[in-house]
Design a protein around this ligand. Structure first.
Ligand code: ARG
Length: 457
């Protein structure tokens, strides 16, 4: 492609470090889209003749057919997807192929291809996130009133419902989808026409190509257009945060599935056995979701580090932008798919969860609140009295609800029989009717809100 100035072929090691077709072949559809838009614009502007444009477009169609049927010859010696397509176009249509690269550089070409790919990946991720939210909503609705212990420090804290717990993730994944949508909106400007770095002397119409490729407008600075990969970084940041949420839910599934917790199980087809220990049922999918998060977060660090010291405009370092992005979105796609399947198939042991919800003095806060409400104690004093009650119950080997009234009255004379009404996990959960609280009516209201939001799209 640049033979004019060169008299020697690249050394083997030069080619080995330079070649990227093995990775960027995934951009073929975006590369063809960018070339078609560019070609039509060149014709519309009278920069290439209608006949040449028709030949080029016909050749691009033939290349698309080869891509689809797997016969396209990807060749290392043409380095990357852009030059593989151009070389093939020359073989197919001859002379007019050489006119396609007028007013274009691989620098704006790769920037547009990659933006289109990342934009599509963000859209697919949002759709997958909505699928996961729907799966969570269905399970949350089913378990809106089913008790489970809520934890802080992984110590029993206060009873909640399983529906409430699952809805926490619906909120998180909703914000994740919002982050991908925000990133998409910001990235949706076209770099095409920036050419190598300085723009073009040809009378190109960047607004036309931007519109054809579904961008809101052309990017306003040609140096910026070919130099920045912040769109990729932003989507990797969104992917990292999302992966973090997936990883936390995966971790909870792992914990719930331990025999010691015994809160939930997964069916055979979403677990694996052990080659040596016949009793095992391992939550490998959840563990791998947790691990994928590590790799996705690593991708963000990898690309940030590649980019951070580069002077304007394009540097070949930027060719290393694609592996972390492809890897991250591949991993995220798998993780979202696996998590959606696990959420849909999870079999909570509601009896065991409910029993655990009432254990561990989980209603101690309810006792303290009762002392405040009914006896007008300052909360700090109520906390102290309740702490003493827990200590006494522990010594007697009973739960708070089983502590005899005399024991409670010994700690505060004002305590009456009525206190027992607030000491059950059912009552505790039902009492938490503040907006966003765990009371089943609140949980059902939030489920209804989300169903409406997802239906609106
Ligand atoms: N394969 C290159 C990349 O992915 C395309 C751009 C090459 N531009 C250049 N001036 N060498 O970044």
């Amino acid at each position: 492609m640049w033979g004019g100035r060169f008299s020697a072929e690249p050394a083997e090691i030069m080619q080995a470090i330079n070649v990227s077709i093995g990775v960027d072949r995934r951009l073929w559809a975006q590369d063809l889209a960018g070339s078609r838009a560019h070609c039509r614009m060149l014709a519309a502007q009278g920069i290439v003749s209608a006949a040449d444009a028709a030949a080029i477009l016909g050749g691009l169609d033939a290349i698309e057919a080869e891509m689809r049927d797997g016969s396209f010859p990807f060749r290392d010696r043409f380095e990357d997807i852009h030059m593989n397509v151009e070389a093939r176009l020359a073989e197919l249509i001859g002379e007019p192929s050489g006119r396609l690269h007028t007013a274009r550089s691989r620098n704006d070409q790769v920037a547009v291809d990659f933006r289109l790919w990342v934009r599509g990946a963000c859209d697919r991720t949002v759709a997958q996130l909505e699928g996961l939210q729907r799966a969570l909503l269905a399970r949350a609705e089913q378990h809106a009133g089913d008790l489970m212990p809520g934890f802080t420090h992984l110590q029993t804290a206060q009873p909640v419902t399983l529906g409430h717990h699952l809805m926490a993730y619906v909120e998180m994944f909703g914000r994740d989808a919002g982050r991908f949508a925000d990133a998409r909106a910001r990235m949706n400007e076209s770099p095409l026409g920036a050419a190598a770095l300085a723009g073009s002397p040809f009378p190109i119409d960047r607004h036309m190509t931007a519109a054809e490729l579904g961008f809101d407008r052309p990017m306003a600075n040609s140096l910026d257009a070919v130099s920045d990969r912040d769109f990729a970084l932003e989507s990797l940041a969104a992917a990292s945060i999302c992966a973090g949420h997936l990883s936390r839910l995966a971790e909870e599934i792992v914990v719930w599935m331990t025999p010691m917790f015994g809160f939930a199980s997964l069916p055979d087809d979403l677990t694996t056995g052990s080659s040596i220990m016949p009793q095992k049922r391992n939550p490998d999918a959840a563990e791998l979701v947790r691990a994928k998060a590590g790799r996705i977060m690593g991708s963000l660090v990898a690309l940030s580090t590649v980019m951070k010291g580069l002077p304007l405009a394009y540097s070949k370092d930027m060719q290393e932008d694609k592996p972390p992005v492809f890897e991250a979105f591949d991993a995220l796609e798998l993780a979202l798919g696996a998590m959606t399947a696990m959420v849909a198939a999870l079999r909570p042991d509601t009896a065991r969860m409910a029993a655990a919800a009432g254990a561990g003095f989980s209603t101690a806060t309810d006792l303290a609140d009762w002392l405040v409400r009914e006896l007008n104690l300052p909360f700090r004093q109520a906390h102290h009295v309740t702490g003493a009650a827990v200590k006494r119950a522990e010594a007697l080997g009973v739960d708070l609800a089983q502590l005899p009234l005399e024991e409670l009255q010994a700690l505060h004379s004002g305590v009456t029989e009525a206190v027992y009404k607030v000491l059950t996990p059912e009552a505790s959960v039902a009492s938490r009717t503040s907006f966003g609280g765990t009371a089943p009516e609140q949980v059902r209201a939030r489920i209804a809100d989300w169903k409406g939001r997802l239906a609106e799209g």
